[in-house]
Design a protein around this ligand. Structure first.
Ligand code: SAH
Length: 358
């Protein structure tokens, strides 16, 4: 077993079972042995493929979205262009290249990347070296400078820790991770005494055995960004997999080498994510007075921004093989049986601003 698994076992032996949120934070974010610090998750040789890695069209269309939003909010200069969890930096590189058609927008960009993994920061620096734009990195959103901001987050919120609560015959308990007699990690119900206000109202009447997830950090980050958008102007676009209505159930999912894996078996070595609760994200934004647009399916969003037209342009002077690859990319990004409906887009603006694609 790995170093991180041993460390988690020791933590549990000393301090008792840990929450699912603490487990996710360690498994993904441990600076030395966490998943994003130690692995190369993206692409065919990694564990999963994200939309920007499928096709340059994804980042280009988000570039078109950012340009339209910049115009709609009065073309502020400078404008903070912020990406949360940029991965390899591919989306941003494609966005900045597409933005060359609007020199005034490009010249106004002050680029900020929120990224906790030092390894991925280095990859992002390399990917963006040719763009001519120098980013500033941040660990958290708190250090972003004030001013109008266009914020992009693709597959960011699904990586943030959630607490899980489970309804037992004795009431709601924290769902925790403890040790089996053989030393392996296993789920259980924690001791009594959770704050009853923590149980979301939609789960209040759920039957015994029900698990409900509470995405505290996601809601706090969304509220913080909505607050500054209402105060300083700007817009946020988040794309992720998840549901448009708050529900119940355990959505913790582990993926390794493009297959589902056991979330507890190899912490730090497999990707663990949860489905994003878009209703809760929207509520966090509205609580700050922001307007929320969507969620809409990723397919509809990209088609509205001109996915087919962009594919046609790129394919115009290409051979049949290259055109077939473009068609395959369009299908993966937009078909209902691929990423088209499970993945959703949501935007947050000041009231009165209508971003494209919704
Ligand atoms: N947006 C990219 C990568 C998605 S993976 C893409 O679509 O390909 C999630 C990204 O969020 C990684 O870059 C990861 O290191 C980063 N991340 C995860 N938790 C974070 C946190 N709490 N703060 C900042 N970045 C985080």
């Amino acid at each position: 077993m790995g170093v991180l698994a041993d460390r988690i076992r020791t933590l549990i032996e000393v301090g008792g079972p840990i929450s699912v949120a603490d487990f996710m934070a360690l498994a993904l974010g441990d600076p030395e042995h966490g998943y994003y610090a130690s692995r190369e998750p993206f692409g065919a040789a990694g564990d999963f493929v994200t939309a920007p890695e499928i096709s340059q069209m994804f980042g280009e269309l988000i570039g078109a979205w950012a340009m339209a939003v910049h115009a709609a909010i009065g073309a502020p200069d400078p404008v903070r262009l912020v990406e949360l969890g940029p991965g390899r930096g591919t989306l941003m590189a494609d966005l900045l290249r597409a933005a060359r058609v609007r020199p005034a927008f490009r010249a106004a960009i002050d680029l900020h990347l929120v990224e906790t993994s030092p390894r991925l920061r280095a990859v992002q620096a390399e990917t963006l070296a040719a763009s001519g734009v120098t980013p500033t990195w941040h660990d958290r959103i708190d250090t972003l400078p004030p001013g109008p901001a266009i914020v992009i987050a693709n597959e960011f919120f699904d990586a943030l820790p959630v607490r899980q609560l489970v309804r037992t015959p004795e009431g709601w308990r924290e769902r925790v991770i403890g040790l089996a007699p053989d030393g392996s990690l296993l789920f259980g119900a924690g001791a009594a005494g959770i704050d009853p206000d923590l149980v979301p109202p939609h789960a209040a009447l759920a039957p015994v055995g029900t698990v409900v997830e509470v995405a505290g950090p996601s809601a706090a980050i969304m509220a913080g960004l909505a607050h500054r958008i209402v105060r300083d102007g700007g817009a946020l676009l988040a794309i992720d997999y998840g549901s448009d209505r708050s529900g119940t159930g355990d959505t913790l999912q582990a993926v390794s080498a493009h297959r589902f894996a056991d979330a507890l078996e190899r912490p730090g070595e497999v990707d663990v994510t949860v489905q994003v609760d878009f209703q809760a994200l929207a509520a966090a934004a509205r609580s700050e007075g922001a307007a929320v647009h969507g969620p809409v399916g990723q397919g509809d969003f990209l088609l509205a921004l001109g996915l087919l037209e962009r594919a046609g342009q790129l394919g115009a002077d290409k051979d049949d093989t290259a055109r077939a690859a473009l068609v395959a990319a369009v299908n993966r990004l937009a078909s209902p049986d691929q990423m088209g409906t499970l993945f959703k887009a949501i935007a947050v603006t000041r009231p009165g601003v209508a971003p494209p694609g919704f």
